[in-house]
Design a protein around this ligand. Structure first.
Ligand code: PEP
Ligand code: MG
Length: 601
């Protein structure tokens, strides 16, 4: 990336313009922009003398090593926090070491006696071809990660690995085509107030990192870099995914006021870490944290979570170079359960397949590109049932950890009662085995299922009789009910959490769970979105589980609400006819009901 300081006649002649993108990270910013142009590496072909080949290979390996040590350094800087961002860096480190890049490039230099830049470009070209043939769009898009990593090495080889933020010496909103997760992490300086990208969706890496860093962001804005130049003042509204280019004086004045209110308000949010999660009239909702790694347990406590509502256990299988054994898993789960005790800790069993793979897991045919429809294929619980030894190991570890506090075991992607009964049968056998061996466990350990496919919603009343709790996974429930691939940028605009079909399914699940006296939680991304909080409370959920940093804000909304009004709100949105109608309604309702959160727009 390089700063674009060119002057553009469009800038002075442009009319006020409102652009609609995706509000990837909440917040309002009014500031000047700093446009970063996409940097392209020009690759020259150079034939080497035979005597130069080994030195050329060493030059490449040194650059790759340096790239790795830079990534590790960046990772260290943020250690223990920002887990989502860190797991992306980990994956980039793995890519860097992948033989498709390292060995391929070395082989090409050696075989063809050509310079490293050319060889690396060739290796990248082959990788691209392979990615292009992958049917699953999410995995196909992960080529972006490979490209990010290779671009970093190119930069080091050319000696021009410039810091993307060089030249930013005032507080700005950064605008660019897209940023690598590492670029985004580096934006955590006081000069970057927000950012805007042309590419990306709610689940793109830029969006995930922006949310981890609490930097307001709007992504997926098409050709925005064409329509603005560095120095223009714009308004970024990360709540509603709007950007005002060349705003009118009135808009500026209005948004500067929202901005001011919002800043004061952000400072006040810290107070909500320690307050009870209840409405003005005493209705309580538990606010819990979603985490992927054991190290994040501190951030769960720091933000005042009342438990862990979702531990995505599969990340333990991704972050090391072997399958964790029973003792390793027991130690992780015990740490979580004992650190949070007596608060509940919900650990989800392995949820691999779909968009999540590990080369260390037994290959049951779920290698990227092998399945035609991975999201509908050997995913989640289906994989665990196909790999019973692996599954039993995890269940044993969970049961062993259950003696340290309140553990809740959560099964992902259950789609029928018989599937659930199958798992319960295995769990009974594992319990019997532990009893035989006199290994202690909590005989009353709670068992719950994720409600993330429509069949589970429809059968929720039957399923509720067989479990202790439900946890609604809206990330997948939206994907499966609206037929929208959650990682596909071309249909990202149709991925609508406020689709009345989704809201009605949540309500149906809550009613079915409550009908059988069990708790219903929601742990999809929408649980941590301030625009959805009031609606979700009104739908009657007992727990919302979200990225920990969102908890104080969501709690504030709860504490400013009257439960009767929240229920009325839920009735209003449930009677809407489509997602746009719900959003329009909320665009009016939320700012007038919670002016400090949303500004009086
Ligand atoms: C979900 O689907 O909403 C969920 C929380 O699970 P994941 O995002 O890990 O699929
Ligand atoms: Mg899911």
């Amino acid at each position: 990336m390089e700063p674009d300081n060119s002057t553009d006649s469009r800038a002075s002649t442009c009319e006020p313009q409102t652009l609609f993108g995706i509000g990837a990270s909440p917040g309002i910013v009014v500031a000047r922009i700093f446009v970063l142009k996409k940097h392209t590496h020009r690759t020259v072909w150079k034939r080497l003398d035979s005597g130069q080949v080994e030195e050329e290979i060493n030059r490449f390996l040194r650059a790759a090593e340096q790239a790795e040590s830079e990534l590790r350094e960046l990772r260290r800087t943020f250690a223990g926090d920002l887990a989502d961002a860190l797991s992306i860096i980990d994956s980039h480190i793995l890519i860097l070491k992948d033989q498709m890049i390292l060995e391929r490039t070395v082989d090409i230099i050696r075989e063809k006696e050509i310079n490293v830049e050319w060889a690396l470009d060739q290796a990248l070209g082959r990788i691209k071809k392979r990615f292009d043939t992958i049917a699953d769009p999410y995995i196909r898009q992960r080529y972006v990660d490979v490209k990010n990593v290779v671009d970093r090495v190119f930069g080091l080889l050319s000696g021009h690995e410039e810091d993307v933020l060089t030249g930013i010496n005032e507080k700005v909103i950064v605008v660019g085509h897209d940023f690598s997760p590492e670029d985004t992490l580096r934006m955590q300086t006081e000069n970057v107030l927000g950012f805007i990208t042309e590419e990306g969706g709610m689940t793109s890496h830029t969006a995930i990192v922006a949310r981890s860093l609490n930097i307001p962001a709007v992504v997926g804005l098409g050709d925005v870099t064409r329509d603005c130049v560095s120095g223009d003042t714009i308004i970024l509204d990360g709540f509603f995914g709007r950007v005002y280019l060349h705003p009118t004086p009135d808009q500026l004045c209005q948004y500067r006021e929202y901005d001011r209110q919002h800043r004061n308000f952000s400072e006040e949010l810290a107070l909500y870490i320690h307050l009870a999660s209840e409405t003005l009239d005493g209705h309580r909702v538990r606010l819990a944290g979603n985490i992927e790694m054991r190290d994040e347990v501190q951030s769960v406590l720091r933000y005042g979570a009342e438990g862990i509502g979702l531990f995505r256990s599969e990340f333990d299988y991704f972050n090391c170079d072997q399958i964790p054994d029973e003792d390793m898993l027991t130690s992780t789960y015990s740490t979580l359960v004992s650190t949070l005790a007596p608060m509940p800790v919900t650990i989800r069993t392995l949820d691999v397949g779909g968009d999540k793979f590990s080369r260390y897991l037994p290959d049951s045919g779920i290698r990227p590109g092998v399945e035609r429809n991975p999201a509908l294929g050997l995913r989640s619980i289906r994989y665990s049932l196909r790999e019973p030894a692996l599954f039993r190991t995890q269940l044993r570890a969970l049961l062993r950890a259950s003696v340290h506090g309140r553990l809740r075991i959560l099964l992902p992607m259950i789609s029928s009662l018989s599937e659930l009964q199958h798992v319960k049968g295995i769990l009974l056998q594992v319990k019997a085995e532990l009893t035989r061996k006199q290994i202690p466990f909590d005989t009353n350990v709670e068992l719950g299922i994720m409600i993330e496919v429509p069949s589970a919603v429809i059968m929720a009343d039957s399923l509720a009789k067989a479990v202790d709790f439900f946890s609604i996974g809206t990330n997948d429930l939206i994907q499966y009910s609206l037929a929208i691939d959650r990682g596909n940028q071309y249909v990202a605009h149709m991925y609508e959490p406020f689709h009345p079909a989704v809201l009605r399914m949540i309500k149906q699940t809550v009613d079915a769970g409550h009908g059988q006296g069990i708790e219903v939680s929601l742990c999809g991304e929408m649980a941590g979105e301030v625009v959805s909080a009031a609606v979700l409370f009104g739908l009657g959920l007992d727990e919302l589980s979200m990225r920990p940093s969102a908890i104080p804000h969501v709690r504030r909304i709860l504490r400013r609400s009257d439960y009767g009004q929240l229920v009325e709100l839920s009735h209003a949105v449930l009677s809407c006819n489509d997602g746009g109608e719900v959003r329009n309604f909320l665009t009016r309702y939320l700012p007038s009901t919670y002016p400090e959160e949303f500004g009086c727009r």
